[in-house]
Design a protein around this ligand. Structure first.
Ligand code: GLU
Length: 474
């Protein structure tokens, strides 16, 4: 086999949802695990969806995710141009070649006629399919109409019998009865190709060996195979990826407010973690390893281990993976990640650098994504704390007051405010009151932080400072 070549073919819509990025990643992994090339192709033939700056956005996203492009609009390469709108002449040439071969035809049907056909299909409760009306036109009639400037499309001529099948590397054998295939439009009246046509022309001309994409294309792929056959070209391998669904089975979508890559990035998720998590959406290694660098993914990736059942997007799992990567950051890197969130919410000028470093080194082990730090550390920035019902309820337990009073006693006489001394004070409180476990720690924690959970109590108290602790223990 020659060199493996895969392509990521996004439409420039201005955002990249999780499914798009997962496709890019798997395309990248299929190429790189086989020593192949990864190509970026911009599919911008639907001009109504075009968004300014979207291409730059795609580049930024791939760069953040450590996905390197071998050939593309900016990189160039031997198979360009890599932007579909710059290839319109190519599509036209091939569409006309198919007409010559008798595998496609000009269609001059008006929107009104098609609308009428759709209504009739509706009434008969059958799926609308173009009826092949313009197939009957003679060569002369076609030429006359074109000369007269009548708008037209070019349609693929589908066989009316037989089946078309292929072997998808994830889903196995896929077959479709040819009579169910519509004479689909290849070239639109504005001269632009449809996706259905352009993807075939480009994948062939760009020497793509493995087409990796979402499984919404699984059942239309036979139509593309008929195009390959009509041209006498060899078709690539197909790897369709399972849908990404939410708990409950609903497909993930931006329209439903589901996060895009940038949403996650802006919340302080690390691209490395997102990539690691996405790799596990539909793919599983033989062992149960869950943490992967890109290099490890490239080493371990194997198409055979892509699963064809829907992959469930689980934010808790993503948080777990992200928390892992956050713990691995240096303090400086962590600071860079969370400082913008803190600065936006709090006045940090009043705090010393030392204090901030101490806060961050403690909370680095306690958050799953950057923005989460804001709520986690609020207790250090507000004047008063309010107790919720659960805390209030706990504070009615017997023995609580003794712990609080004795601990206050203990720290009043402390002359040095260090984590060790604070631990000692807690220990002394235990000895004097005889309270231990929850009854020892919880009253102190609740009174000083307003929370029932958090980092180590002595660390937290140290950060709060003696005055604040004494004040809150009142
Ligand atoms: N432009 C298509 C999309 O964004 C690409 C599908 C494919 O990879 O063939 O869905």
């Amino acid at each position: 086999m020659g060199k493996v070549r895969t392509r990521f073919a996004p439409s420039p819509t201005g955002f990249m949802h999780i499914g798009n990025l997962r496709s890019a990643l798997f395309e990248y992994l299929v190429a790189k695990s086989n020593g192949g090339d990864f190509i970026l192709r911009i599919e911008d033939t639907d001009q109504t969806r075009y968004v300014e700056g979207a291409v730059e956005f795609i580049y930024n996203t791939l760069k953040l995710c450590d996905i390197h492009i071998d050939e593309g609009p900016l990189e160039g390469g031997d198979y360009g141009p890599y932007t579909q709108s710059e290839r319109v002449d190519i599509y036209r040439k091939y569409a006309e070649e198919l007409v010559e071969k008798g595998e496609a035809y000009y269609c001059f049907c008006t929107e009104e006629r098609l609308e009428k056909l759709r209504e009739e299909a509706d009434i008969r409760k059958v799926a609308f399919m173009y009826d092949g009306h313009c197939l009957k036109l003679s060569k002369e009639e076609v030429e006359e109409k074109i000369k007269a400037g009548v708008p037209y499309v070019i349609r693929q001529k589908m066989p009316k019998e037989g089946t078309t099948s292929y072997e998808d590397l994830v889903y196995g054998r896929i077959s479709v009865e040819n009579e169910l295939l519509e004479d689909q439009i290849l070239l639109k009246s504005d001269g632009y190709p449809t996706y259905n046509f352009a993807n075939v022309i480009d994948d062939h001309l760009m020497g793509i060996t493995h087409v990796v994409r979402g499984n919404e294309y699984l059942s239309s792929t036979p139509k593309y195979l008929l195009l390959y056959k009509a041209f006498g070209w060899e078709s690539p391998e197909y790897i369709h990826l399972p849908h990404i669904v939410k708990e409950g089975g609903k497909k993930i979508s931006k329209r439903d407010g589901d996060s895009t890559f940038m949403d996650l990035y802006n919340l302080g998720y690390l691209p490395k973690a997102i990539i690691n998590y996405l790799a596990l959406l539909g793919w599983a290694p033989e062992d149960n390893q869950e943490i992967y660098s890109m290099d490890e993914l490239i080493k371990k990736f194997n198409v055979k281990r892509i699963n064809n059942s829907p992959a469930v997007y689980d934010i808790k799992k993503l948080n777990w993976v992200n928390a892992h990567y956050i713990k691995e950051l240096s303090l400086d890197e962590f600071k860079k990640l969370v400082l913008p969130f803190l600065e936006k919410e709090y006045d940090l000028d009043k705090k010393s650098n030392e204090w901030l470093d101490e806060l961050l080194s403690i909370y680095q082990n306690h958050i799953s994504y950057g923005q989460e730090i804001v709520e986690e550390v609020r207790l250090f920035f507000k004047d008063d704390i309010e107790l919720d019902d659960e805390c209030l309820e706990f504070m009615t337990s017997e023995g609580v007051n003794e712990t609080v009073m004795e601990f206050r006693n203990q720290i009043e006489k402390m002359d040095e405010w260090t984590v060790e001394k604070i631990s000692e004070a807690i220990q002394n409180t235990k000895e004097v009151t005889g309270n231990k476990g929850k009854l020892l720690f919880m009253p102190i924690r609740i009174k000083t932080t307003g929370q029932m959970h958090g980092p180590e109590l002595p660390d937290t108290l140290h950060l709060l400072g003696k005055d604040v602790v004494l004040d809150r223990l009142k």
